[in-house]
Ligand binder design. Structure first.
Ligand code: GLU
Length: 440
């Protein structure tokens, strides 16, 4: 007998838990794994305390609810709904609700955690949450969507609340859906509770500037990045993937700053004009015809070409996994501004970094939306509403300051903007956990 006894070392930092062969089988397309890969990387660099690391890996609450409704043809259909509250250390859970056939629990978990990091990056007093219902809004009537929304809200009455968890719009949800959520919740409380949801119609406690806020934040972040890189605004070419609330408004505002938007895409395909698309015109076309296809001021090209187009700025503003290990090597943009959540996979991150592409990460780039959601929540609670100029000025202040905060972490630690943003966010959330301690 050699007499050696194995002494189990207590992990000293997150690094000891993550171990040397982290993510050997990383599933790039799974947003939760993609989020965790970046989280682990940042946690290691921060030498994060193992206890806090364990706490932050696990969402606080994960709800799966049945959403039965009667369809217009009198049949009963049961939809699946999710709500995940990732973390509430810094404030109530905050995050959108999406209606989409691609919704999965792993996706909602990732999106909820991204909300925690996003709110921390821009330093607003919210935690992170997200919700989704697996459904196809294109094939549902307005009244079916209303019944889904109300039943989903009713199933989550114990979770939602202006002090606990505050939804907002996301993919395929809008102001009208937020109005139904507010109404359902309020009817159960017995009085109007405007602050339970943000992104509401202006008439009922919504905020001026909220609808444009995510796109405006993208524009501000892109402008800061170009300034940092010493690139001009005028004549700089941009392409936008996704022409919904985020992509179309970001494109219009970038155009106003002097950039030339040469391409845009949506699920109907892509349009391209080397001299620039007149974005307001394209928005008006979509308002009337629903999709970009058929827009007369540009030629039609395959949608996937937008990602690899010869432009200076690329704005992925659709859903996850647009830029992957496969197409990242063909990206020609110098700056990527992530309007969507999780549009770039970790494998693509590596390729883009080697190519020297400057990526403004989602948790900073698209944080304008939740920032104005915060302003909306504050206004609802005060019962006093601000002028749009004040909202836009304050948004401008938050995004520029956050850009510089992330930049300084990136420079100090010699890491890219994404890892810097995670480091800044994780450290801010961890600081509160240290102060609050564990209640047991
Ligand atoms: N859905 C948006 C996002 O992903 C906004 C969330 C909010 O305003 O709460 O950031």
């Amino acid at each position: 007998m050699s007499g050696t006894t194995e002494v189990k070392q207590k992990p000293r930092t997150a690094k000891d838990i993550i171990g040397p062969d982290k993510d050997p089988h990383l599933d790039e397309d799974n947003p939760f794994e993609a989020m965790m890969a970046r989280f682990d990387h940042a946690a290691e660099l921060l030498d994060l305390d193992p206890g806090i690391y364990r706490v932050l890996r696990m969402p606080e609450k994960q709800m799966i609810v049945a959403v039965p409704i009667q369809l217009d043809n009198a049949e009963v259909e049961v939809f699946t709904g999710y709500r995940v509250v990732h973390n509430t250390a810094r404030g109530p859970g905050k995050g959108g609700i999406r209606f989409d056939m691609r919704v999965t629990l792993d996706e909602v978990k990732a999106l909820a955690a991204w909300m925690t990091w996003k709110c921390a990056v821009v330093n607003i007093p919210f935690g992170g949450a997200k919700g989704g219902v697996i459904c196809d809004p294109a094939n549902l009537s307005i009244s079916e969507l209303e019944r889904i929304t109300r039943r989903y809200t009713a199933a989550l009455l114990d979770v939602l609340g202006p002090e606990s968890d505050i939804p907002a719009p996301d993919v395929n949800t809008n102001e009208r859906v937020m109005a139904w959520i507010m109404d359902t919740y309020s009817m159960h409380q017995g009085h109007p509770v405007t602050a339970v949801v943000t992104g509401k119609p202006i008439e009922m406690g919504g905020s001026l500037g909220r609808r444009e806020a995510t796109g405006r934040g993208c524009m501000i972040a892109t402008r800061e990045a170009l300034k940092y890189l010493g690139l001009p605004l005028r004549g700089t070419k941009a392409a936008v993937q996704g022409f919904g609330n985020v992509g179309s408004i970001a494109a219009a505002l970038l155009e106003r700053e002097g950039l030339t938007v040469v391409a845009a895409s949506d699920i109907s395909g892509a349009i391209y004009n080397p001299n620039g698309i007149y974005v307001e015109d394209a928005i008006a076309w979509v308002r009337e015809h629903r999709y970009l296809a058929g827009y007369p001021g540009a030629e039609e090209v395959p949608a996937e070409q937008v990602i690899t187009m010869d432009v200076d700025v690329l704005l992925p503003a659709a859903v996850e996994n647009a830029i992957t290990r496969k197409n990242a090597k063909d990206v020609r943009a110098k700056v990527i501004c992530e309007g969507a959540n999780g549009p770039t996979t970790p494998g693509a991150d590596r390729v883009l970094e080697e190519k020297g592409v400057f990526v403004i990460p989602d948790i900073l780039a698209n944080a304008g939306g939740v920032t104005v959601s915060y302003f909306e929540w504050v206004q609802d609670r005060m019962g006093y509403f601000w002028e749009e100029t004040m909202i836009n000025e304050r948004l401008e202040g938050v995004i520029t300051r956050s850009f510089l905060d992330v930049m300084s972490v990136a420079e100090r630690h010699s890491v890219n903007m994404r890892i810097a943003a995670y480091m800044l966010a994780i450290e801010r959330v961890a600081a509160v956990h240290r102060l609050r301690g564990l209640y047991a």
